[in-house]
Design a protein around this ligand. Structure first.
Ligand SMILES: CC(C)(COP(=O)(O)OP(=O)(O)OC[C@H]1O[C@@H](n2cnc3c(N)ncnc32)[C@H](O)[C@@H]1OP(=O)(O)O)[C@@H](O)C(=O)NCCC(=O)NCCS
Length: 439
């Protein structure tokens, strides 16, 4: 591990301290050889004063017990029908997982307790079919969970619910994670399942807005992996319910948990409500950070040299792209009202975030802003990124005569001989805010 990795982790510590994460383990992950590593990762999170609530499934164990005894079961994941045999085996499977977890947590010096906190009622008759002992979460006993958390104890919540008459119901663990997270105002749910991430055309989807997650669930309901779709569905519901981020991770991958939480881009699929990335106007307090962001690019003569006072004088024109509240890019839009023209300037994306589409997003943002302010054309001047503007932004080269007079004088005086490019602006009406990572 490098010292810079530790610095990277430390920036998250104040934000997550005393916050609650719900970690939901599929039964298969609980049975995997990676369980020990995951529990060690939980110990790291606890040492950073993050409150952990552990929710687990038991589908894999239930299937295994049924197979060993030659019994047939009606459902393994707490959805559909749960008949008496399935419920009995489900309780046994759940206890087996619980035992495994308690043992593992003790081995990494974490105190944990079984938390019987899910109040459930029958899921009922769905599409004409009686689901028998399948339950629906009615309520979460938050006071019990809170007592455990206050004492530094990790509550471990099984996929079982109980009603006021002591009857047991089998509930789905993805749903339990959502209900618990909502009731406890958690800031994250982390779903860990084998192959638990979303892949499209063999490519990992790293981030997904709520609306996109809902669309995927809608389109693939009939043919996708049911476990993944269930997690996507509950992720979207969680984000709609005010939990900012839900992470879908491959729970069999070593270090998955820490790599996901302590890096900007992570290694799993993150479903987010919209605060994750944002464009905002630069403020006086940002000047130092902007100067240090663009310093190297100025040194390489990619960007025009700007002094602190020059930046301050035009501060209202500057916009910042933040990811996880960290500054990763900027762009300025200067308006020339007499010529109905706007200039895109100071476009910069931090080296660590290059090649991920942020440059194009900033360019598109500048165009939208220019159009909204009534500019018919957007111009850009560049010494080294002119191909980027032409190939990715549709700009075409123009001569200096087409610049506003005062801008032309500056262009000549700079001696940079930048290429000058222009494109007509087009106002695209945005999709609803909830589907826009950049808002
Ligand atoms: C130019 C810059 C903003 C691109 O940011 P980015 O976030 O990496 O851009 P995106 O991820 O949206 O796009 C990447 C694509 O642009 C291409 N690209 C990036 N920089 C380029 C350049 N200088 N010239 C030509 N193409 C470039 C990449 O090869 C990639 O192509 P691909 O999608 O076909 O693989 C960034 O490299 C930067 O900050 N450069 C230094 C500052 C600068 O020159 N600013 C412009 C003057 S105002």
């Amino acid at each position: 591990m490098k010292v810079s990795d530790l610095r990277g982790i430390l920036q998250y510590v104040p934000r997550f301290r005393e916050k609650t994460f719900v970690v939901a383990l599929d039964g298969e992950v609980a049975a995997s050889p990676n369980l020990g590593n995951l529990l060690l990762d939980l110990a790291v999170l606890r040492s950073l004063s993050i409150k952990i609530i552990l929710v687990h499934g038991c589908g894999a164990q239930l299937l295994q017990i049924a197979q060993e005894r030659g019994l047939s079961i009606s459902s393994s994941d707490g959805t559909g029908v749960t008949d008496d045999v399935t419920l009995k085996l489900g309780i046994e499977a759940s206890h087996a997982v619980l035992q495994e977890l308690m043992q593992g947590l003790a081995s990494v010096d974490l105190r944990a307790a079984y938390a019987n906190v899910i109040v459930a009622h029958p899921a009922g008759i769905l599409s004409g079919v009686d689901t028998l002992c399948t339950g629906k979460v009615e309520r979460v006993e938050t006071a019990t969970i809170q007592t455990f958390l206050n004492e530094g104890i990790i509550p471990v919540i099984p996929p079982l619910g109980f009603d006021g008459e002591g009857r047991t119901f089998r509930v789905n663990s993805d749903a339990v994670a959502l209900e618990v997270a909502e009731a406890m105002r958690a800031v994250k749910i982390i779903y860990l399942a084998p192959k638990g991430t979303l892949q499209v055309a063999d490519q990992l989807v790293r981030q997904l807005s709520v609306a996109d997650a809902e669309e995927i669930v809608r389109q693939r309901r009939a043919c996708g992996d049911p476990s993944l779709l269930s997690k996507l569905e509950y992720s979207a519901r969680a984000c709609r319910a005010g939990i900012p981020r839900v992470h879908l991770l491959d729970g069999t991958q070593n270090e998955a948990l820490l790599s996901e939480i302590f890096s900007h881009e992570g290694i799993g699929t993150m479903v987010y409500s919209n605060e994750y990335q944002q464009m905002r106007r630069a403020l006086k307090k940002d000047v130092r950070a902007v100067m240090s962001l663009i310093r190297e690019s100025i040194a390489n003569a990619e960007l025009v040299k700007r002094s602190r006072s020059e930046l301050l004088a035009l501060l209202d024109d500057y916009w910042l792209l933040e990811i996880d509240k960290n500054l990763v890019g900027c762009v300025a839009v200067h308006i020339y009202p007499e010529q109905n023209l706007a200039e895109l300037a100071c476009l910069y994306v931090a080296k660590s975030h290059e090649g991920q589409g942020y440059g194009r997003k900033l360019m598109a943002f500048a165009e939208q802003l220019a159009a909204k302010k009534g500019a018919q054309y957007l111009i850009a001047l560049s010494t080294q990124a002119y191909n980027f503007f032409q190939q990715k932004g549709g700009f075409v080269e123009i001569g200096p005569d087409e610049l506003p007079p005062e801008r032309r004088r500056k262009w000549e005086a700079s001696g940079r001989n930048s290429k000058i490019m222009r494109k007509p602006t087009e106002l695209v009406h945005p999709r609803p805010a909830s589907t826009q990572p950049l808002s």
